[in-house]
Design a protein around this ligand. Structure first.
Ligand code: MGD
Ligand code: MGD
Ligand code: SF4
Ligand code: MO
Length: 685
């Protein structure tokens, strides 16, 4: 036996923590996975879902060979074919599609199955740009919040996670820290040991809310009103930081005028939070030093979600909290990774395509419509990778109607036979993050990382990068960018010349595995906006309140009256503790959460529903069966089911996205997953 080798890797799942991993390898097989103790954020531990990732790596259900469909679309019957046969068929089908319908009739569909730069937006982007395919507007997760944050800060970064340990008041606003961002938790524990209070604003009292010093059960989609209410009290009581406002912000007069209308009494009606609690929270937030807000993407999955984030991001500018270590706000740190993205993605290649111009943008949150309505040109070929749209996209019946189209040629690059893979004409088996090279940014901290393959590949799997490189060749693209090695691509990304990347080279990452961006001197805290330096040309935070007035979401108890009469309950489908969107949906036990519907006692009693009963949950878009859980997690009028199961493993072949709509957010074109009216009734079995 050879001695155990310890290899470094990086967790590539779509999570703010982007953990640094150590993999024990015995005789070519991974035997243990753990968090790297040397990484300042990972701190030697992993979340429950990835601690068991080797089960997924070695699952007997891994896809190991290319497959061609033999049954009906969606049925899931396939035959094994060779790589050559599969890739030749794809190249020839794409070629004839371009000839018959133009290149824009080809649509790539991908999201964050891996957060790696190369496997997520490398050869794939080059290939589709060169082809002239439709461009995908990748809105499914964070578009509204990103637009809202950028509107205020002009940038998308904020407080370092390490600094939360210095806070005296931490507000988790639509952020399930223990479930989705667990590596922030140790810093919160430290802060609380030093006397900090921890407050949670969320319609669902999940594990994080249960541990809060105060829990504010906000009505779904009403956060914009709450933020304006807090600012009302802060301005009214003159608790704002007048110097900071004068020096580093613009438009505060208009904000002050709008906030004046948002009295705690009015805001209480919209938010369901008592006026006295709003008063107290505002005063505590403005007078506790330092106070930090962790706002996450839960806030922005509703009609006014972008504006809600925009308003929340104004709070630390109003109180001057950006000046303090342990103050400020964090939604995402992603924009601090100032890579040379055009060198990776090569949008300029579109000019060389047969289209000869920038291709149209198709919003991924409207996939159902894109596949089923009359567009010019219609979508005739769909290439899916890093995503499982048949499970995760809203308005599932429309998505499936589109995927079932006989005239749609669908290719799916996957590790497992997902709901979407069942609709494929060709399925291509791919590597996991433990098996390929990549460079990683993070959206919850400031460490850049690189990983080499830690484990040998099973079967015939290939990486996304290799597959698109090969397809480019078969289609006849001879551009030199398709010859570039992975190391060339990484070097290109790092050569942006931005000061945050200074001194960070492939060689250094090869040696050290991770490096803190040069956001501040070694050992120094990063205070991005202590002295202004916001992203707007004048360096100021934009507090102008144009368009910031609150209106309730269409699908809410304060929204459309007719809808509400038939469907009186607000459904939230937040992240599930044991999975990653649909990624672990085929793991045993995950369905325990995703097959359940939490109701308040009152709503259950009026419907004669008890814990354990099967219920039918429905609206005009669809219906499905779930099992009731009646406890204090949700307020009356709200029901909750963690997202999302593999629909094909459910008895009725559906998941909660059969209920969600394609309605888009106010800015950014994001989905409104968490504004969804439904009715619930007992099934009688
Ligand atoms: N375990 C686990 N971790 C994950 C994921 C996963 O699926 N499972 N997914 C990853 C991904 S893709 C993402 S984007 C991140 C997201 O991470 P989070 O944003 O933390 O996750 P969400 O569950 O979308 O929303 C967070 C909280 O917002 C609450 N919420 C819903 N509607 C509202 C509202 O209107 N107002 C307020 N104030 N709160 C609201 C939800 O109840 C939830 O508790 O997590 C990542 N990490
Ligand atoms: N109802 C409801 N729906 C939601 C949400 C919600 O909260 N509620 N959340 C939304 C959000 S925030 C997001 S981000 C989306 C997430 O939606 P998706 O991005 O589709 O995420 P996953 O369901 O995790 O599916 C990712 C797939 O990528 C595959 N994969 C992993 N690595 C690779 C690779 O290297 N190559 C290839 N080809 N495939 C790979 C995995 O096997 C997995 O099947 O879902 C959205 N849908
Ligand atoms: S999912 Fe997040 S917390 Fe879990 S190992 Fe990956 S990066 Fe770390
Ligand atoms: Mo997401």
């Amino acid at each position: 036996m050879t001695p155990t080798a310890i290899r470094h890797s990086v967790c590539a799942l779509d999570c703010p923590d982007t953990c640094s991993l150590l993999v024990n390898v015995d005789d070519g097989r991974g035997s243990r996975l753990r968090g790297d103790p040397a990484h300042p954020i990972t701190q030697g531990f992993l979340c429950g879902k990835v601690a068991k990732y080797l089960d997924r790596e070695y699952s007997p259900d891994r896809l190991l060979h290319p497959l061609r469909r033999v049954g009906a679309k969606g049925e899931g019957r396939f035959e094994r074919v060779s790589w050559d046969a599969a890739l030749d068929e794809i190249a020839s089908r794409l070629g004839s599609t371009v000839t018959e319908h133009g290149p824009e009739s080809i649509l790539p569909y991908s999201y964050a199955g891996t957060m790696g730069m190369l496997q997520g937006s490398g050869m794939d982007r080059r290939f589709f740009h060169r082809l002239g395919a439709s461009r995908l507007d990748r809105t499914i997760c964070a578009a509204a919040g990103s637009a809202g944050l950028t509107a205020t800060l002009g940038l998308r970064y904020g407080t370092e996670p390490e600094q939360f340990r210095h806070s005296k008041l931490i507000i988790a606003w639509g952020a399930n820290i223990l479930g989705t961002n667990v590596h922030l938790w140790p810093f919160i524990v430290d802060a609380r040991r030093n006397g900090a209070r921890f407050y949670v604003i969320d319609p669902v009292k999940n594990r994080t809310g249960a541990l809060a010093d105060k829990f504010f059960p906000v009505n779904p989609g009403s956060d914009l009103a709450l933020a304006l209410g807090l600012m009302h009290v802060i301005f009214r009581d003159q608790l704002e930081d007048a110097d900071y406002l004068a020096q580093h912000t613009s438009g505060s007069d208009s904000l002050r005028a709008l906030a004046a209308e948002y009295t705690p009494d009015r805001v209480a009606v919209w938010t369901g939070i008592a006026a006295a609690d709003i008063e107290e929270l505002a005063i505590e937030y403005a007078t506790t030093r330092p106070a930090a807000i962790r706002v996450n993407y839960g806030v922005q999955r509703s009609d006014r979600g972008g504006s809600a984030v925009r308003a929340i991001a104004m709070l630390p500018a109003v109180t001057g909290s950006w000046k303090e270590i342990g103050g400020g706000l964090q939604l995402s740190t992603s924009q601090s990774f100032q890579f040379d993205r055009p060198s990776l993605e090569r949008p300029d290649l579109q000019q060389l395509s047969s289209l000869g111009r920038e291709a149209r943008l198709v919003n991924m949150s409207g996939l159902g419509s894109a596949l089923t309505s009359l567009n010019e040109p219609p979508v005739k070929a769909l290439i899916v990778y890093n995503s499982n749209p048949a499970a995760i996209a809203p308005d599932q019946s429309k998505v499936r109607e589109g995927l079932r189209r006989e005239d749609l040629f669908t290719v799916v690059l996957e590790q497992f036979q997902t709901d979407t893979a069942n609709f494929a004409d060709i399925v291509l088996p791919v590597t996991t993050f433990l098996e390929h090279t990549d460079l990683y940014l993070a959206y919850g901290h400031y460490y850049i990382q690189m990983a080499r393959p830690a484990l040998p590949r099973p079967g015939e799997v290939r990486s996304n990068n290799e597959i698109f490189r090969d397809l480019a060749k078969r289609i006849g693209f001879t551009d030199s960018c398709f010859e570039e090695s992975e190391d060339d691509m990484i070097r290109g990304l790092l050569q942006s010349g931005h000061r945050f990347l200074e001194g960070i080279t492939l060689e250094r990452l090869e040696r050290e595995h991770f490096a803190r961006l040069n956001v501040a001197g070694e050992g120094e805290a990063f205070l991005p906006f202590a002295k202004g330096n916001f992203g707007a040309p004048d360096g100021r935070a934009r507090l102008d309140a144009t368009g910031l007035a609150y209106t309730p979401p269409v699908e809410s108890r304060q929204g459309d009256q007719l809808l509400r009469a038939s469907y009186p309950l607000e459904l939230i489908t937040p992240k599930n503790d044991d999975s990653m969107n649909s990624t672990f949906g085929n793991r045993k036990g995950v369905d325990e959460q995703t097959a359940s519907l939490w109701l308040h006692e009152e709503d259950a009693t009026t419907r004669s529903i008890r814990t354990g009963d099967f219920v039918r949950i429905f609206n005009a878009r669809g219906s499905l069966r779930l099992q009731a859980k009646v406890d204090g997690k949700v307020a009356p009028g709200v029901v909750m089911s963690p997202s999302v199961r593999w629909a094909k493993l459910a008895g009725d072949g559906k998941n909660t996205n059969i209920l969600t709509s394609q309605r888009l957010t106010d800015v950014g074109g994001g989905p409104t997953f968490y504004s969804c009216l439904v009715q619930v009734e007992g099934c009688g079995d």
